[in-house]
Ligand binder design. Structure first.
Ligand code: F6R
Length: 233
């Protein structure tokens, strides 16, 4: 695990941008993408850059159940707005949160088989979830339907404001994430400090989903000073 501590979130986003740029220039074709607040600045940098993903594929980590792609709170919509409108990929895949869940799960697993991820981008939940793999998720889990925890629902409230906050999602599993050749995880701000410390310094355990990353051979963790504040080593 390579851990990079940056002065600010912007500096961290720039480091991640450089990793994407290098990966693209090395001929990588499949990019695993995340949503949420954390990658927004990175996506802005990509939008404003000359990087060209039109010959590459993207696979997203997750989608809420029950939200149509044109719902402004869906991750389909988020990706269109934050990236795809300006930087289209040859093809982009996001789990389908509307169709029968078993069909959606099987379809996504076959997509992941057909398009193995070269570089996977991750954010980190305050409870150390990655994707929507909440504490207790087995390390062997593949794409699945998830009941979101109270803390995740509460944290999502900031984005949903007055409207209904979904309680379930379809998410790539921890094993599906670990299949990526390279992984880069971003975590910024004080609210992530405890999760960062546990992810890096605790024994790998299902109680800390992101601790599974210690078992991957090509992971870069990029944290700002606030998110790194509880690290002891
Ligand atoms: C999003 C995802 C989640 C987020 C995590 C952090 O696709 O899979 O794991 O990365 O909840 O969210 P933010 O970045 O909003 O703090």
């Amino acid at each position: 695990m390579l851990v990079l501590v940056t002065k600010s979130a912007s500096e961290g986003a720039l480091k991640a941008f450089d990793i994407f740029k290098e990966s693209l220039s090395q001929g990588d074709k499949v990019f695993g993408l995340a949503t949420g607040g954390t990658p927004e600045e990175l996506y802005e940098m990509i939008r404003e850059s000359d990087l060209d993903f039109s010959n590459a594929y993207s696979v997203n980590l997750d989608e809420y159940c029950g939200l149509e792609p044109n719902n402004p709170h869906s991750y389909h919509y988020y990706m269109q707005e934050k990236l795809f409108k300006v930087k289209p990929f040859k093809e982009s895949f996001i789990p389908d949160g509307v169709i029968d869940e078993q069909v959606a799960i099987e379809a996504y697993e076959s997509i992941l088989k057909e398009y193995p991820v070269d570089l996977q981008l991750l954010g980190l939940g305050r409870n150390a979830h990655i994707g929507f793999n909440e504490p207790g998720t087995p390390f062997t889990q593949r794409t699945h339907k998830v009941a979101l925890t109270h803390s995740t629902i509460e944290s999502n409230q900031q984005y949903f404001k007055e409207s209904f906050v979904p309680t379930h999602a379809i998410s790539m599993g921890l094993q599906s994430i670990m299949d990526a050749k390279k992984i880069v995880l971003l975590a910024f701000g004080e609210s992530k400090a405890e999760a960062v410390q546990l992810m890096i310094e605790s024994e790998p355990s299902v109680d800390v989903p992101a601790s599974i990353l210690q078992l991957h051979n090509d992971v870069t963790i990029i944290v700002d000073e606030k998110a790194a504040s509880l690290l002891t080593k």
